[in-house]
Write a protein that binds this ligand. Structure first.
Ligand code: FEO
Length: 172
């Protein structure tokens, strides 16, 4: 039986859509990781592969939240990633643009939770609001490093080694 914590239909649909967006983010990072691996930039590939795992964890976090509120999940078809990029700089400019788009989606979701007076969703989404600060900052740092260094030669290999040292985030 639905109790006082039942999620509204509009919120359920919007969170389901965000699950799809997170899975599509994962799909994009998977493709970008393969692209870097084929260029033999294994540190970049490793960083992007960890990002794929992070996005899967984001999707799961949202799914678990809906299940906790006894709400079903509506699944849609995943769109194939569009990554018409070549150089590491182009790849990370795409990553930054992508994360800026995700930030907009999270903010819209938060605004909806406010409009719906859905306090539990607001609390849950605060984690994502903070996470997006980190997501954008991480991408921007790599973009700036690539711009400063020229994105080629020894400095590119140095950055590749640096990115190879990324470790998975502890699950939250
Ligand atoms: Fe799930 Fe990269 O934001």
């Amino acid at each position: 039986m639905k109790g006082g914590n039942a999620v509204s239909g509009v919120m359920q649909a919007a969170i389901s859509q965000q699950i799809q967006a997170e899975l599509e983010s994962a799909y994009l990072y998977l493709a970008l990781s393969a692209h870097m691996e084929l260029k033999n930039l294994k540190g970049f590939a490793h960083w992007l592969r960890l990002q794929w795992e992070e996005e899967l964890a984001h999707a799961l976090k949202l799914q678990d939240y809906l299940l906790q509120r006894d709400a079903p999940i509506t699944y849609g078809a995943l769109r194939a990633p569009v990554c018409e990029v070549d150089t590491p700089l182009e790849v990370f400019e795409l990553v930054l643009r992508h994360e800026q788009k995700v930030t907009r989606l999270i903010n819209e979701l938060y605004a909806l939770a406010v409009a719906e007076s859905d306090y539990a969703s607001q609390t849950m989404l605060q984690w994502f609001v903070t996470e997006q600060l980190e997501e954008e900052e991480n991408a921007r740092t790599v973009v700036e490093d690539l711009r400063w260094s020229g994105g080629a030669g020894p400095s590119l290999l140095l950055l590749d080694r640096e990115l190879a040292a990324r470790v998975p985030e502890p699950s939250q």
